[in-house]
Design a protein around this ligand. Structure first.
Ligand code: LP5
Ligand code: MN
Length: 241
């Protein structure tokens, strides 16, 4: 049996092929798993559980079908969908997890997180993150009319793309020091995260031995998952159908 991890699917109405690919993945692969963990950025941008987009109902129904089959589904927020709330999670039958969670899977301790908190050299992003994580600002945003929220989110996405264009690739990757410190804090030999869109499995030295970091790929043109079994941790890329 296997436990599956995905992140950075970036579902949106503008990208129907990604939606079809994700629904196919849920039916064909996740349906046979022990559990599914979504490590953030399931959606391109989330502006509130009251957004009536039909895409959301479609995804909720598919995730809920998984839960009904007895496959538990867990969700950690990403930087695009940090506003995804209890109402939508309930509709999906999925459990919201905190920013970081240490799992023990088949006797293997594995730390899971979205990955943006490891990008500590990106000072502009960390400053921005602290700002939008303020509860009062989130409440204010969620109280705005849907149309305004859509417009603000569009602006923020455009600003982010512009800012990213001017940043170096190194700054936008995880900081090696932050990775080591986080693994040591949890005494974990494994870490799985997304966010950087640089799929790979890295081996590194930490106090007391070696550790591994599996980075999930973004679903731009194909699917990407990490599959954990008793014997292995594999990073797998696969076509949408
Ligand atoms: O997302 P991506 O991959 O493009 O880049 C991320 C970082 N950018 C972001 C911004 C998101 O893309 C925006 C998503 C909108 C979500 C819905 C709206 C919810 C609004 C809630 C308001 C309370 O996360 C990017 C990183 C990159 O990852 C790599 O790690 O570099 O960081 C940035 O681009 C941030 C800039 O460096 C700084 C931008 C300053 C903008 C100031 C806005 C102030 C807050 C406004 C509040 C309304
Ligand atoms: Mn992200």
């Amino acid at each position: 049996m296997a436990t599956l991890f995905v992140a950075d699917i970036h579902l949106s109405v503008q990208e129907p092929a990604i939606t079809a690919g994700f629904l196919h993945f849920l039916r064909r692969q996740a349906a046979h798993a022990d559990a599914l963990y979504i490590l953030g950025d399931l959606f391109e941008a989330w502006i509130g559980d009251d957004d009536p987009a039909p895409l959301h109902d479609e995804i909720a129904a598919a995730l809920n079908a998984l839960a009904q089959r007895g496959v538990p589904c867990f969700f950690i927020h990403g930087n695009r969908d940090f506003l995804l709330g209890k109402d939508f999670a309930r509709a999906c039958g999925m459990t919201l997890l905190p920013e970081e969670r240490l799992l023990t899977l088949y006797d293997r301790p594995i730390l899971i997180l979205h990955g943006d908190t490891l990008c500590t050299d990106d000072l502009a992003y960390q400053r921005y993150r602290r700002r939008v994580n303020q509860r009062w600002l989130q409440r204010l945003f969620l109280a705005l009319p849907l149309k305004w929220r859509l417009r603000i989110a569009g602006r923020m996405r455009a600003d982010s793309q512009r800012a990213n264009g001017a940043k170096s690739q190194t700054i936008m990757d995880v900081s090696p020091q932050a990775v080591v410190a986080t693994l040591e804090r949890y005494q974990a030999q494994w870490m799985i995260h997304g966010h950087t869109h640089r799929p790979a499995i890295h081996t590194l030295d930490i106090r007391g031995g070696s550790a591994h970091r599996a980075v999930l790929g973004a679903w731009h043109h194909q699917g990407s998952m990490v599959r954990v079994t008793r014997d292995s941790v594999e990073l797998i890329e696969f076509p949408y159908n």
